[in-house]
Design a protein around this ligand. Structure first.
Ligand code: HEM
Ligand SMILES: [Cu+2]
Length: 557
């Protein structure tokens, strides 16, 4: 792993290198010092461990779903058990993995450092967010252990309020509580970004990762309460029979759809925006170029956040909404694709004539760009009314959102974890093994989800545990792909854990990146900076970095 022309890895001499004596990890000892910490970096690690745990539980359900679908016959489990599988998979992956993934781990760890601050604005509320997340997770596990819930992650009424005898209220409580975790995280980020930037860190000097988390935070704070209320109303209707969604009591089941999707469409941007921020950092670093059209990329995050609130009805085209409103929402849905496209084009222009190197985070970033583009474009297909009527509630939808959420968000998460792993832990991951994992993930992903586009187009409905035999070949391919994908995810788990002890010492700035986080020691001190830095350059200023490396001996941390 020495520096060659195809890599910019810049490790200190291994024979003499040691980890910094004092850092946030060894600053205090004992479990309690972690459970009561106010340090944003330690809270990020708590989140990282917990979301990984839930990711593998959610993944186990995905495995069971794919196993059942290996054959056309319903041979593994009964239909209601199958319903519980995909519900648990959806609830865990969305609310306990995707929503907190990048913001709560990488965002928590990096936003204060990127801004030149010592912590988030409200460290105790940050810790409270983690406890709320854990409480939400515990209720989810309780719903699971008590016998499961089978509404789908969408809690569709009147199914959820009238017809099911499963643990809807326990699951609803889980989502309600986890929602507050996300609201508080968003609030913390917004206040930190407004109030705690170091001298000289103007809005347009902020790394794009901060911008995209800022936009996602706005969505968390404005959108999540709507979901929380909707879910409380479901619980109230179930318990006391109040007539909010029940037409026999004067309620309206469509009202639930409006409330649910008013949150859940923006929520898809809560999930993807922070990932887009990761991609901007990675692409800039490994092209050694400022992100092309920095301002456009920064504003496109805010535009996505804003437009994200205007398109929710595209989830309801076949639910008896008026043709005129469907037309309007169809048009608005096309609009929201524009700011995402702006990002993709600007990343492509950043790559153009950059000096590109292919480190692992960059491989994942390339994966993101290709897969997210397919996910986004199929969203435009779905947004056009005629197509949607054919494709809705089929496997096409399943393929679409997995391309965005797994092909997009999860790739971005892995890009980010690899990129900042040396900063978080002070150690490098094994480069060739991690490249192998990135390739396996990419192949496994496509093998799993490309056939699902075809299945959906041919008419295979989602959420059924049996299907006509003519769909089997494509389903076998998909299940095979899921197996490969599973290996792709297990590998990083194992070698990242291994690297904690055996990885090469990373040094402050192994990628020669420009962000403030790379100018301090790895792992950072508890207070991040010895002295608050004064920022005198733009983000991604590689000339500044070169100058600094040549002429300066002192570092900020
Ligand atoms: C940016 C990240 C995106 C994510 C994470 C995402 C996620 C999702 C999810 C989870 C669903 C299915 C919901 C369900 O019924 O369970 C969905 C459906 C849909 N998405 Fe996306 N999506 C994204 C981008 C887009 C874009 C850019 C468009 C259009 C421009 C779009 C258009 C649609 C439409 C129209 C549907 C509804 C299809 C139907 O149910 O008939 N999506 N998306
Ligand atoms: Cu949507």
């Amino acid at each position: 792993m020495s520096a060659t022309s195809t890599t910019i890895l810049n490790l200190p001499d291994q024979s003499t290198a040691t980890l910094p004596k004092k850092n946030y990890i060894n600053n205090e000892h004992g479990l309690l010092s972690w459970l009561l910490t106010g340090d944003h970096k330690r809270i990020a690690i708590l989140y990282l461990i917990s979301i990984t745990f839930f990711f593998f539980i959610g993944g186990a359900f995905a495995g069971l779903i794919r196993l059942e679908l290996l054959t056309p016959q319903p041979d593994l489990v009964a239909s209601d058990t199958y319903n519980k599988f995909f519900t648990m998979h959806g609830i865990i992956m969305i609310f306990l993995f995707l929503v907190p993934s990048v913001p709560a781990t990488l965002g928590n760890f990096l936003i204060p450092i990127m801004l030149g601050a010592k912590d988030l604005a409200f460290p105790k509320i940050n810790l409270l967010s983690w406890y709320l997340y854990m409480a939400g997770g515990t209720f989810t596990l309780a719903a699971l252990v008590l016998g499961g819930v089978d509404t789908g992650w969408t809690f569709t009424t009147p199914l959820s309020t009238h017809y099911l005898n499963t643990h809807v209220i326990t699951a609803a409580t889980a989502i309600f509580i986890a929602g507050f975790s996300s609201i508080f995280t968003g609030l913390n980020f917004i206040v930190t970004i407004h109030r705690m930037r170091a001298p000289g860190m103007t809005w347009f000097r902020m790394p794009l990762f901060v911008w995209s988390n800022y936009a996602a935070s706005i969505l968390m704070v404005l959108g999540t309460p709507v979901l929380a209320i909707a879910i409380v109303l479901v619980a109230l209707e179930r318990t006391f029979g109040i007539g909010v969604f029940d037409p026999t009591k004067g309620g309206d089941p469509l009202l639930f759809q409006h409330l649910f999707w008013f949150y859940s469409h923006p929520a898809v941007y809560i999930m993807i925006l922070p990932g887009m921020g990761v991609i901007s950092e990675v692409i800039s670093t490994f092209s050694r170029k400022r992100v092309f059209g920095y301002t456009a990329v920064a504003f496109s995050s805010v535009a996505i956040a804003l437009f994200g609130f205007f398109v929710w009805e595209h989830h309801m085209f076949i639910m008896g909404v008026s043709n005129y409103s469907a037309l309007v929402f169809s048009l608005l849905t096309m609009l929201v694709a524009v700011p995402s496209a702006i990002k993709i084009f600007n990343w492509a222009f950043t790559l153009q004539q950059g000096s590109i190197t292919f480190e692992t985070p960059m491989l994942y970033a390339f994966g993101f760009m290709g897969l997210f583009t397919i996910g986004g474009l199929t969203g435009v297909f779905l947004g056009s009314l005629g197509m949607d009527i054919h494709l809705t509630e089929t496997y096409f939808i399943v393929a679409h959102f997995h391309f965005v959420m797994v092909g997009g968000m999860l790739m971005a998460f892995l890009a980010g974890i690899h990129f900042w792993w040396p900063k978080m832990t002070g150690r490098m991951y094994p480069e060739s093994l991690s490249k192998l994992a990135a390739v396996i993930t990419f192949i496994g992903f496509n093998l799993t989800f490309l056939p699902q586009f075809i299945l959906g187009y041919l008419g295979m409905p989602r959420r059924y545990h049996a299907y006509p035999p003519e769909y089997q070949v494509l389903n076998v391919l998909s299940t095979a792909g899921a197996t490969v994908l599973g290996v792709g995810y297990l590998l990083p788990m194992l070698y990242l854990a291994w690297s904690l002890k055996y990885g090469a010492i990373a040094g402050n700035n192994p990628w020669q990146a420009t962000g403030l986080e790379w100018q301090i020691q790895s792992p950072p001190l508890t207070e991040n900076f010895i002295e608050i830095p004064i920022v005198d350059h733009e983000a991604y200023d590689y000339e500044w970095l070169e100058h600094k490396t040549k002429h300066e001996v002192t570092t900020v941390g």
